[in-house]
Design a protein around this ligand. Structure first.
Ligand SMILES: [Zn+2]
Length: 253
């Protein structure tokens, strides 16, 4: 029952996260205008805004102009619902679930806007970092709070160094600024050694996708943020927040 409540909350929040992720990079307000059809601009009624269900009832079409609505909207909502439920299953109904829910929420916005626009909004990372830091201070005390900032800065610097080396080797921008700032956010929750694991695993997962993109589109620009974010979410849900690469290899072998 509680799991279902988390799931429904996830669906509703997922719907909101999409609005944030799709409007912020375009410099639009999150509140105004209210949700509308992209094609005919008709304002959506409350019953057209029920996550997933409205999509199914309307058979994926706008009620007014019958324009096809992308399947990705209900998918992002479902993804958020599933991740919220998993947070509950892993961390239980306690204060321990607050930081994971915040972390996952911010990363869903990051994933959507990086896929759609190849942009990771500073506003989202700043708001997310402030939220996580306040929660850490209240829930875990001053020491954890300072440690989170320390690892955040350390992860940021480490990623910056990798970008610097990458740019030098490939003679082009190897990593986006958003990816580097994302690591400050990761550092608030993860140990630096786990941040390294995230880079390795995300590169490993992204590689086949990058190769396919290169062959099909003849360019090699792949948003790395979603891969980093998904890897971070998986490690968080496995409670691997301070696992090293060596630990992981030992664990798997
Ligand atoms: Zn329409």
């Amino acid at each position: 029952m509680v799991c279902l409540i988390f799931f429904i909350f996830g669906l509703v929040f997922g719907s909101f996260f999409q609005v944030v992720a799709l409007r912020l990079p375009e410099g639009k307000s999150i509140i105004n205008p209210p949700s509308h059809c992209e094609k005919c601009n008709k304002k959506l009624k409350w019953y057209e805004l029920i996550p997933v269900i409205s999509y199914l009832i309307q058979l994926g079409k706008c009620r007014n102009c019958k324009t096809h609505i992308s399947i990705k909207y209900p998918i992002y909502e479902l993804l958020t619902g599933i991740l919220f439920s998993l947070c509950y299953i892993v961390f239980g109904l306690s204060v321990n679930v607050i930081i994971p829910i915040t972390f996952v929420s911010i990363l869903i916005i990051v994933i959507i806007s990086d896929i759609e626009y190849m942009i990771i909004s500073d506003e989202v990372l700043i708001c997310g970092s402030i939220l996580i830091l306040i929660e850490t201070l209240i829930l875990n005390g001053v020491f954890s709070f300072l440690l989170a900032i320390f690892y955040g800065v350390l992860c940021f610097c480490f990623m910056y160094l990798i970008k610097w080396i990458g740019d030098f080797i490939f003679k082009t921008e190897s990593l986006g600024g958003g990816d580097i700032k994302l690591f400050f956010f990761f550092g608030l929750v993860f140990h630096i050694k786990t941040a390294i694991v995230i880079i390795f695993l995300a590169s490993f997962i992204a590689l086949p996708y990058a190769i396919i993109t290169m062959i099909r589109k003849k360019d090699n620009i792949v948003p790395f943020g979603p891969f980093l974010s998904i890897t971070a979410i998986i490690l968080l849900l496995l409670k691997f927040t301070s696992v090293s690469l060596l630990d992981l290899i030992n664990y798997l072998v």
